[in-house]
Write a protein that binds this ligand. Structure first.
Ligand SMILES: [Zn+2]
Length: 365
């Protein structure tokens, strides 16, 4: 899978390949961008290019062959979720004492190490960073460059401090990637020692093109809608559960209906009653809350005269009618109430009652 298969952010990709071509690739890079923008894919492509035995070029810039021994072995980690799950399972099967000492790492090539956040806290731990420090000063054995990919750069405090020492003076033959959707959460001292490369969210037409390739079985209308709803991330777009989204939106619209002048509340109560205790009820409520936010935001777009920003494209007419029923202040107020509902859920209030209270508050708001 050479660089021509990377979707979106063509300028960014060209500029990092140019740095490679001129031997000026930095030793420490923060690769940031929203979930699904291709941070890990790009880091893997760069790792392959740095170590490819064939060293092909395309458009006059370094590329990778995808077939040589190095490319093939690095590619075994392309499915990071799968490799990560295997590593976690392997740890689960260890004796208790060994379990505590074992950190999650993914390595399919001796010169490329992936350091994912360690469960259950999903933070990079100091032992993982120690392992990384323990091997970074060895020269590459089968490739030309040792590559370290922190796939989600959320560090425990001690881990971040240990990393800092390496970032001050990384060896010439090593490249460190810190992947994050929120670079400002990294310590300023880490940020200042890395070059920042930012992947922008993909535009809806870019996502639609991608979906036409990977989800040809979806209707064009569905692909267009998902391209708007996925927030510009390909991973999210590809695995988007549209029927589930539409069901959650049905509920969200029922919750807002009284505020839009509906007299009959029986539909509302039917909906809120269906939110039960337990994990199922929680994930159902989480998705309904997310949809409510997107509907309120769409109402704001319609009201402020930028309907082209609306994401729930298929119900644009209904959003138009809703927007005519309410004022700006109502939208602001409803967004605040939604925030309260969300934090109330963290305190484990009864879900159906909290949803009734939300619907009543926005009806009178
Ligand atoms: Zn190769």
């Amino acid at each position: 899978m050479p660089f021509s298969d990377f979707h979106g952010n063509a300028d960014v990709v060209r500029s990092v390949r140019e740095m490679l071509a001129h031997g000026r690739f930095p030793h420490a890079v923060i690769l940031s961008g929203p979930q699904g923008s291709g941070k890990f894919t790009l880091a893997q492509m760069l790792a392959k290019t740095m170590n490819c035995l064939e060293r092909p070029t395309s458009d006059g810039l370094p590329d990778f062959c995808g077939r040589c021994a190095n490319c093939v072995r690095i590619a075994e980690a392309d499915d990071l979720e799968g490799r990560f799950a295997e590593a976690v399972e392997a740890r689960e099967n260890l004796r208790e004492a060994d379990k505590r000492e074992t950190r999650i790492l993914v390595q399919t090539h001796p010169d490329v190490l992936i350091i994912p956040p360690d469960p259950p806290q999903m933070l990079v731990k100091v032992d993982q960073v120690r392992h990384f420090i323990g091997e970074i000063y060895y020269r590459p054995s089968e490739g030309r460059e040792r590559v370290y990919i922190f796939s989600e750069a959320d560090f425990m405090k001690e881990a971040a401090n240990s990393l800092l020492k390496v970032l001050e003076e990384p060896p010439d033959f090593a490249t460190i990637f810190l992947l994050t959707d929120n670079p400002s959460a990294l310590l300023p001292t880490i940020r200042s020692r890395c070059m920042q490369v930012r992947l922008a969210p993909l535009s809806p037409p870019e996502v639609e093109d991608y979906l036409a390739e990977v989800r040809p079985e979806w209707k064009a209308r569905e692909r267009g809608l998902v391209a708007r709803l996925c927030g510009g991330g390909l991973g999210r777009a590809r695995s988007f559960d549209l029927p589930q989204y539409l069901a959650a939106r049905q509920d969200a619209l029922a919750l807002l209906a009284p505020a839009m002048g509906a007299r009959d509340h029986s539909e509302l109560f039917k909906v809120t009653e269906s939110y039960r205790a337990g994990a199922d009820g929680k994930s159902k409520l989480d998705s309904t809350i997310r949809v409510l936010y997107s509907l309120l935001e769409d109402l704001l777009f319609v009201k402020s005269g930028t309907p082209e920003m609306v994401r729930n494209l298929d119900i644009q007419g209904e959003l138009q009618r809703m927007a005519e029923q309410v004022e700006f202040d109502w939208i602001v107020n409803a967004t605040q109430r939604l925030g309260e509902l969300e934090s109330g859920m963290r305190r484990n209030l009864l879900r159906s009652l909290a949803l009734d209270a939300f619907a009543t508050a926005v009806e009178n708001g």
